[in-house]
Ligand binder design. Sequence first.
Ligand code: GCB
Length: 596
Amino acid sequence: MLRPQDTATRERKSISGLWQFRLDADGAGRSSEWFTGPLPEAREMAVPASFNDLSTDESVRDYFGDIWYSRMVRVPRGWAGQRVIVHLESATHRGTVWVNGTEVVTHQGGYLPFEADVTELVTPGEEARVTICVNNTLSFQTIPPGVIEDTSSGPKQRYWHDFFNYAGLHRDVWLYSRPAAHVDDITLVTDIDGSTGVVSYRTDSVDADGLRTVVVVRDSEGREVATAEGAEGRVEIEGAHLWAPGDGYLYDAEVRLLDGDTLVDSYHQQFGVRTVRVDGARLLVNGEPVYLTGFGMHEDHVTIGKAHNDALMLRDYECLTWIGANSFRTSHYPYSERVLDYADRHGFLVIDETPAVGLNMGLGGGIFGGQGYTTYSPETVNDETQQVHAQVIRDLIARDKNHPSVVVWSIANEPESETEGAENYFRPLFDVAREADPTRPVSFVNVMLAPYGKCRVAQFADLIMLNRYYGWYVNTGDLEGAEIAWREEMAGWASEGKPIIITEYGADTMPGLHQLPAQPWSEEYQAAYLEMNERVFDAFPEVVGEQMWNFADFSTTSGIMRVGGNKKGAFTRDRQPKAAAFHLRERWTRGITKSA
Ligand code: GCB
């Protein structure tokens, strides 16, 4: 699937904005056929936005079930003779779409795009009704998993991930036109031969029998630098300007479908010429060792929740640049494609993560009378979950494979990984990822409950990614003891001979709380905690990256461990620096070199 684009042969129309909206606690919408006309008793809702924080009503914020959106949209009259497609960048966590009363597509998984050809249901020049039923209920067969529990105050949704389960239409919804014969997919893989950039390409086209495929590569100034003919092949760029950290140089590959010399379809795919490779305990980009600085992040903002917003994205990138970050992880789900586009253009390195978070019922399970669960079992995370997980890995790679910024696939965050069930569950998933993309390292993020010597999944990973909270969740307030324990565990991982990226280390910090001597929750403790961690990282050449948890404070479910959300941000939720941010800036802008 290709993204909607305006080209010589295609046009797109955003249908974001204010929609009719209605929660459906009784599940009445389908039987009452709410997709056939205006939504009864609707209120207004912004798209893109999470619906949760736009209301002052607690039952709206915590709602789970069907959520209806509806609006009329005029199909441009100039699209006559073209195919008309409805495209959703995401619907969290499940979406069904009707156009003029006919169901056209259902999609599982909250952070990836889907679309349907609706040509036969609409008339160019006339209005059409688009209805979307989103559902945010999690189960053991969804990624991420969750469960509905009966409580004395009614059913409640429970999940094992530490961020609020925002839902709705978080990204743009589009109508677009394309020719019947069209380019359907493009895969570009780059290599470097001396000063030549070598681009292997594969295109898939629909209804294209007898048509020619021509690929035209242009540099960032629009100068043609290479061409090739055929659905699959290779082009060479002499004296290629490589894509590198901090230098997001992009080329444009225009794929043209031609009938003789007549243009039938045109699609532009940007790309960077670069290689990524693990070599011993080093991570190499273009053959050069890289050291990642940055954060695990969240798509999380006041009022709009998990919605994408260009202005807020720019502020995030401003802060990342100011602090000297060269990388981030899309913890804990695929981010908006616009975030990756920016990373491509500006040379950020991205660890791209699936939404497989919370596959660990040992975390937060069974405390204070809560029900305990076994993670991997026929009743909980099972074969069906594994199939869903495999599909989301394929879908993520299909969406993001051409982004030069993506240098590592993370197939899960902190799953239970110390048991036989975990080993059996994950072994095939690594194969799925490598089959979908043989060119990038594949890994997962290891949790503290499966330390060195206990983890049974790290053996499958190309590099080790660790979340560690020595000095916070353990050795709380005792940074000396924390450092001893951390060094001891790190020595074990280092002996594996793989590169290690610390994907999380952090301490909750109330902005404005000052304490000398430093105590947990104070700004001074956060800074001292970081310094302790950095001593450990610097002592091991195998550590090739540090991504502090978290870039900014973020919203979570309520609980005794969280004060208005998770406060481990280097920045506050409104993106202002805590004291630790100045410390990180000092270290990261100075540059960190390792000799492994
Ligand atoms: C983790 C999780 C992350 C949490 C963090 C914390 O290990 O990966 O989602 O938010 O710890 O702050 O506890």
